[in-house]
Design a protein around this ligand. Sequence first.
Ligand code: DP6
Length: 350
Amino acid sequence: MIMFDNASSTSVKRSEGQRPLVDNSRTATARAHSNIAFVKYWGNCDHRLRLPANSSISMNLSALHTTTTVDWNGRLDADQLTINGIAAGEGALGRARDHLDALRRRFGVNAFASVTSRNNFPMGTGIASSASAFAALTAAAAAAARFELPEREMSALARLGSGSAARSVPAGYVEWHAGSSHETSFAESFAPPQHWNLVDVIAIVSREHKQVGSSAGHETAASSALQPARVASAPARCDAVKSAILRRDFDHFASVVEEDSNLMHAVMMTSQPPLFYWDPLSLVIMKAVRRWRQQEGIPVCYTLDAGPNVHCICLASEADAVSGRLLALSEGIDVMQSGVGAGACVLPPV
Ligand code: DP6
């Protein structure tokens, strides 16, 4: 029997005009965008709660999103997960199940969920991200349970599924405050998408699935002698990047974003075991991007996550020219473009 027991929740508003239980199930659909970090999250103080070692800064990516429907359904005897029309394997299902357990506890739901998720970006490009997936799952699960959460609590809940998902809940340019507890570790927007028309031109150099995922990588960060220095200096980079975004100062923005990416990869490369995410082509692109900016004055800079693809951040006016230059560098490069994206939202029922 499905149960929606919200009696224990005091800080959460129940939505008005709740729909009655139809056929013993409650369904909602939500959409969330992926994001690219300018000051990176790498390493946790608390792995179980995903409390990060440092605060981070990102922008949502309008072109890359996940749309997820959650059906809390009293007739199910296990959670189900379908991604892009295919039943998920045990790895993805297990991670979703752990997150659904946390959401069941928070919402007082005593039912399994059928989760149907679809990414609008092509699979196998190496840019699939857990950020949009867990932000959309959290927003849909809350809406299906008829909870209206304050944005910061939605962000904190999404963080339990994947750290970077906390940043995909608010819109536009976002700061994730590291915090020191579940409640204080959440992301919030500091500028709306239209504040500055930046574009992420993603140079896809490899379509291979990464060998060491972010979750395993976060656990090795503390083994690098460089991690304490990266973490200690992260607040200054957060302030610098945030202030450069607010002033739309591209040169200042570019130098800190590249420094932060290099610092994270230096930590990765000096961890036990070392993690080498770059391909030779990644370095070719990084050097070209710096040359274009420093010698030709093109407003573009690079940042790389836990993979070899290079995110080239530029002014929207330069995006096509940057794409053309990237394609001309090597036959092995594909490009995708994305502007600044909105926050997670619940979609109207169809
Ligand atoms: C390199 O959020 O993917 O992209 O919390 O284990 O899901 P989990 O890790 P994840 O880590 C993202 C790491 C990064 C940097 C960043 O996005 O800040």
